[in-house]
Write a protein that binds this ligand. Structure first.
Ligand code: SF4
Length: 439
């Protein structure tokens, strides 16, 4: 029995895809092992958004060859699609597979016999038109369920459409099948995952369904306790979706909505499909219907043309907005994007100063959000996450909670009252409140 190990860089989508590919290997009789357990085959799933994707890829290959010098090393993922030739020159790599090939890996590489030449099987990205179903089952608590892939938007800074292709989706019926399978496992939380998830519903280039159809249908699946939407573009987060989530049995009051800039000048330069007024309106709508909702925001600093004044517009916009945390990205030039050709480049020093300012703002926002919720009662899903005698979990509105460790709590939903913020920034809960089991 050949042994295979996996390594994943990047986003939730990559994790769901690695997990599905690893199940394909197990079904074919391969033994899945940890990276350091002398595998015969390594599958490395790469990311193009990660800083220094090339260096990371080289490092992982080097480590793999140290562990198993005779192993067969295969590179897949976004970086493999963007730079197949470069990757094939990394010493130790045996095969590189693109977006249209990665789910046929076992069939295409057959017996994983080493050859003189590196196998490069990466079609043009236009060929990646099939939707491949995927979901992760790495831990018992939560799964990332891929429902959509690719993107038709073409924001000026983004390489994802080049690496993953056009927008395409699973059907509602097929997602429900996967959701029912998941519902029959111990997993309690499903995270709906995609590149541009609000654009769900395009099959073979034609829109057949809408994201809202999926949201309504999946809410009925028995056995799933919680459903989260990983991230959704503000212009696609409709009033209907927000209102449905507010009344839903299973959708949690947590939204992650990319803003990228609080300056309309920069939003236009980025080619985003909304202005700050729309974003503000979405936040207000969520907070009116769900005052306890957590709202996370992606923001990029240092995009070309972002002057001090325009950055301050972003800062002030975010400061005044009723949001709960930020994911701050420092802009960096990516080959083959429109932004990489733009003038008015922001010096690296300024980019990192702005990033620091927004990270501090994020911590303030998170603390304020946590403080507003102290004394209130929520349901926590405890995870297999134990440190210094404390077990951790998240409330439905994404507050990280710490409680005294009890093995019985792992993967359980418990009603708790939030007590105080501890030194690590988690919220401690009042233990006598463990009275209610939601099943
Ligand atoms: S919406 Fe824009 S940033 Fe998001 S994947 Fe599509 S092109 Fe990239």
């Amino acid at each position: 029995m050949k042994k295979v190990a996996f390594y994943t860089l990047g986003c939730k989508l990559n994790f769901s895809e690695t997990s599905t590919i690893s199940r394909q290997f197990e079904e074919k009789g391969f033994q899945k092992v940890a990276f350091e357990e002398n595998p015969d085959i390594f599958i490395i799933n790469t990311c193009s958004v990660t800083e220094n994707a090339d260096k990371k890829c080289k490092k992982i290959v080097k480590e793999a060859k140290k562990i198993s010098p005779n192993s067969y090393v295969t590179i897949i993922g976004c970086y493999a699609q963007l730079k197949p030739r470069e990757i094939s020159e990394i010493p130790g790599v045996d095969a590189v597979l693109g977006a249209a090939e990665k789910f046929r890996l076992i069939e295409l590489l057959d017996d994983f016999a080493k050859e003189q030449e590196v196998k490069v099987l990466a079609s043009e990205i236009q060929e990646a038109t099939d939707f491949n179903n995927a979901y992760s089952i790495n831990d018992r608590t939560r799964t990332f369920l891929k429902v959509q892939d690719g993107c038709n938007y073409g924001c000026a800074f983004c390489t994802i459409p080049l690496a993953r292709g056009k927008s395409r989706s699973n059907t509602v019926a097929s997602v429900l099948e996967s959701a029912k399978e998941i519902g029959n496992t111990e997993v309690k939380e499903v995270v709906l995952t995609g590149v541009n998830i609000g654009d769900f519903g395009i099959v073979e280039g034609k829109r057949n369904e809408r994201f809202e159809d999926l949201v309504r249908a999946i809410d009925e699946v028995e056995g799933i306790e919680r459903i989260r939407i990983s991230s959704i573009e503000p212009n696609l987060l409709t009033n209907e979706i927000i209102a449905f989530a507010a009344d839903s049995k299973r959708f949690v009051p947590h939204f992650h909505v990319p803003l990228q800039s609080g300056s309309n000048t920069i939003l236009r330069k980025m080619g985003r499909r909304y202005l700050r007024e729309l974003y503000e309106d979405r936040v207000n709508k969520i907070k009116t219907l769900m005052p306890q909702a957590c709202i996370g925001v992606d923001v990029i600093v240092g995009f070309p043309g972002e002057t001090d004044e325009l950055f301050l517009e972003t800062y002030q916009f975010l400061n005044e907005l009723d949001i709960s945390y930020l994911h701050v990205f420092t802009y960096s030039e990516r080959a083959n994007t429109r932004a990489a050709e733009m003038n008015e480049v922001v010096p690296m020093k300024k980019r990192s100063e702005r990033s620091k300012m927004l990270r501090i703002l994020s911590e303030k926002k998170r603390r304020k959000f946590y403080e507003e919720n102290l004394g209130k009662t929520f349901t926590v899903l405890f995870e297999d996450d134990v440190q210094d005698g404390k077990i951790h979990g998240f409330t439905e509105n994404y507050i990280r909670v710490a409680a005294k460790y009890d093995p019985m709590l792992v993967n359980e939903l418990k009603l708790v009252t939030l007590d105080q913020i501890d030194d690590q920034g988690n919220v401690e809960v009042r233990e006598p409140e463990f009275v209610y089991e939601k099943h």
